[in-house]
Design a protein around this ligand. Structure first.
Ligand SMILES: [Zn+2]
Length: 327
């Protein structure tokens, strides 16, 4: 054993002692130190490896390149904010890391970290989250995605990263949507008006039959508890006799059943960006165009150009045949 090895062992033991009050000694590493955003600010942590962090940074970089037409484009704004992203093995690893490094997230004490005793709750089911710093509750400040979610679910990392990007994008377009006092684009009346029309179109069973053609909206799909929604070409169990909207609100309440539609917005951003989770329990198959075509068109137009569709000088028009409200 060399002197250097002994020295490293001693340093290791000291580090272990300093962190022994926490469940795990979680370490984070910058993907490519010294490189510009996102490679120089994205960190891979805990049980994740370089390839995981590089994947998150790659999704951020692609998003920036795809949506950088002007200053209002979503990628331009995300890059200007130098949005910090982390990937952890799971939610518990984030909480341990935050408790050991609370100042990195502007928390006064370890107890304020998400998932800590006095912090905001962090659902073990989550595939990631986006949070603000204390004192600036309306401005996203950092995002974390998890390689393993609750029930040992393996989220699609590209999809989870793009979903968290969506929470940042939600803060960009309140002024363009005509509601500068709203904290989120997804809560503006004009966005809500487009979403209402999307629901009317989705409930049209002439094109969206729930368990048969045309539509096959819920064929082979399960709800968030892994129960099938269709059986033998018809809605089954608690879903019998419900409208398509009611089925989605019941089967996937996190995305469709809340008064707040910020989770729907965030996932629409991921779908527009082409980062989808099409598993049996995933919701992105419901968001494929021409379904939810009004909000899809609006979000696409905002993200690319910072424009409302259909106005003089706008690149996008509202799609024909879907009655998307003009504003
Ligand atoms: Zn979310």
């Amino acid at each position: 054993m060399s002197r250097f090895t002994k020295l490293f062992l001693m340093v290791g033991m000291l580090l272990f002692a300093a962190h022994s009050s926490f469940a795990q000694n979680v370490v984070c590493t910058v993907v490519q130190p010294g490189q510009p955003w996102p490679f120089g600010t994205t960190k891979y942590c805990g049980t994740t490896v370089f390839g995981d962090g590089n994947g998150v940074a790659g999704t951020l970089n692609s998003f920036h390149l795809a949506y950088n037409s002007n200053n209002n484009s979503a990628g331009t704004q995300l890059a200007a904010q130098l949005a910090p992203f982390y990937i952890f093995g799971n939610a518990a690893q984030f909480t341990s890391y935050c408790q050991a490094n609370p100042m990195e997230f502007h928390y006064q004490s370890a107890n304020s970290c998400p998932g800590a005793p006095n912090g905001p709750p962090l659902s073990p089911d989550a595939a990631g989250f986006t949070a603000s710093f204390p004192g600036t509750p309306l401005v996203p400040a950092y995002s974390a995605v998890f390689k393993t979610a609750g029930g040992n679910r393996q989220p699609v990392i590209d999809n989870a990263t793009a979903h968290e990007i969506g929470h940042w994008v939600d803060s960009y377009y309140t002024v363009i949507l005509g509601s500068p006092n709203s904290s989120r684009s997804s809560s503006t009346p004009n966005f809500q008006m487009e979403l209402s029309e999307d629901w009317i179109n989705l409930n049209n069973v002439a094109v969206n039959k729930p368990c048969s053609a045309p539509g096959n909206l819920f064929t082979d799909k399960v709800d968030e508890n892994n129960n099938p929604i269709c059986s033998g070409g018809a809605l089954t169990g608690i879903y019998m006799n419900l409208s398509n909207e009611q089925v989605l609100q019941t089967a996937q309440p996190y995305y469709f059943g809340n008064a707040s539609t910020d989770e729907f917005w965030a996932e629409q951003v991921a779908v527009v960006d082409g980062q989808k989770d099409n598993g049996a329990a995933g919701i992105d198959s419901y968001l494929q165009t021409p379904r939810f075509f009004c909000t899809n068109t609006l979000i696409r137009s905002l993200m690319q150009f910072g424009q409302v569709p259909g106005r003089a000088g706008s690149t996008y028009q509202w799609p024909n045949g879907y009655n998307c409200p003009v504003f």
